[in-house]
Ligand binder design. Structure first.
Ligand SMILES: [Zn+2]
Length: 136
């Protein structure tokens, strides 16, 4: 039964494309967010429980979010230094990068949730019991 379900799984590229658009990586349904940062419990189309029934599941999204935010900040810092040396814009770096480091996690947050779910679903395809009974 569950092995048959695995044959119906979307390709990883399709899952990530859906996740980038903040849709359900499994079926493409949505919307998954009430507001920018408030995610629903289950996909409105297929009923997939977005925390996959595990406590602490949100930590995966947080991890991905911090990795992205700090990575962008570090790349911009080093890139600006390399491109503008020997006269880097120290004032811009001193005030702009901390502001960017604070804003980037807020902007990337919903994408980190759906992208982490896409990654997890690719590694561990969903079982039938992970979908709400109301959605079949
Ligand atoms: Zn879905």
């Amino acid at each position: 039964m569950s092995s048959d379900h695995r044959f119906d799984q979307p390709r990883a590229s399709r899952r990530f494309w859906r996740a980038i658009r903040r849709h359900c990586p499994d079926c493409g349904g949505g919307p998954l967010f009430h507001h920018w940062v408030r995610i629903v419990d289950a996909c409105p189309r297929c009923g997939l429980r977005l925390n996959r029934g595990e406590s602490g599941y949100a930590l995966g999204g947080f991890w991905l979010n911090m990795l992205f935010a700090e990575g962008v900040t570090a790349v911009l810092f080093v890139g600006t230094l390399v491109m503008t040396w020997p006269g880097p814009p120290w004032d811009l770096l001193q005030y702009g990068l901390p502001a960017l480091a604070l804003l980037t996690p807020l902007i990337f947050y919903p994408f980190s949730k759906t992208l982490f779910l896409a990654l997890d679903l690719t590694i561990r395809p969903p079982e039938r019991h992970e979908h709400d009974a109301a959605h079949g």
